[in-house]
Design a protein around this ligand. Sequence first.
Ligand code: SF4
Length: 391
Amino acid sequence: MRGLADTGLVIDALERGIEGDGISRDQALLLVEHADRGSLLQAARSVRDRSKGRTVSYSKKVFIPLTNLCRDYCGYCTFRTDPLPDREPFLTPQEVLAVAEAGCRVGCKEALFSLGDQPETVFPEARAFLRRQGFGRTLEYLAAMTQLVLDETGLLPHSNPGLMPAVDLGRLKETNISLGLMLETGSRRLSRSGGPHWRAPDKVPLLRLQTIEEAGRLSVAFTTGILIGIGETAEERIDSLLAIRELHRKYGHIQEVIVQPFRAKPGTRMALAVEPSAEDLLETLAIARLIFGADMNIQSPPNLLSNDYPKLLEAGINDWGGISPVTKDYINPEAAWPDISLLAEKTAAAGFALRERLAIYPEFSSRPGFVDRRLQSPLRKLQGEDGYARN
Ligand code: SF4
């Protein structure tokens, strides 16, 4: 319901948001239901402009899909597969290195490892491959592959391997400049039979929040966020953002929050589900900016909004995320990343300067305890004096 933007409570909530220290749950709900869209986006923009200025960042990355095998069956996913007769279950070390080197040749600085969750727990083929390589678990193989890429190419690894127990977070921190796990949603309802997270044991919100919390305890610079439009209510969306904020307020380790729109993909259970509109995405980004306040980096990928992506800047974001000049977005293969020079042009046309950052944001790379000693030297080689990527 719109049209009550002039009521005192709505104005108070907007003013509180503009202060940049974060708004309460009640204020967020009030704004979602009653603020007019223009005022909401304007408030988010003003917070962003004051804290981040007119700089919008991105990371030049190469995407390494270590394995598509996954024990989960999320209703919207085309990335996962069961074992296929004509395909190795994982990339081999040689293949990993070949992709990383291709990225190096075109100036990438981040090696993004994305993979399915714990396939070895359900697929004998995965266990056999890992055993041949000398490992028992996917997360151990991942640690070795990130080490390999770091040692051989100097690219800074960032991994999104799903749930991570503390022991794996600690090990991966030695070779990953940052780690990530999308919360996606805090709603347990969506795990029920037939829902988007049905048959997805790794999407239980409590378990994901445990990984995010453990990362905080270990001072891991962490990326997380929400996936919108998978059946959650506006209230659940806000609660998901607040759950992330609560952990960030406790540990200070969330370096960026992503708001990603669901995209319906042929061949999935949710192929016919309605996608969230651009307006819905913009409003959620604005609410995220007001919930997290001035300091947080708010990101939305440009390739999921076709050519309209500069509009995202109107909702208070300050980061485009990782863009690869060499590999496709394996999670959304139908959505090509924009060419980086075009991204720079469009960002400039909207009044912003595009800056390349590393897979760790400048404010985290200088914080004591966040960068393992083994990563200090590779980091320095790629980082300029102001913490962004060296030209
Ligand atoms: S979204 Fe991730 S966890 Fe879910 S099925 Fe796909 S790869 Fe597995």
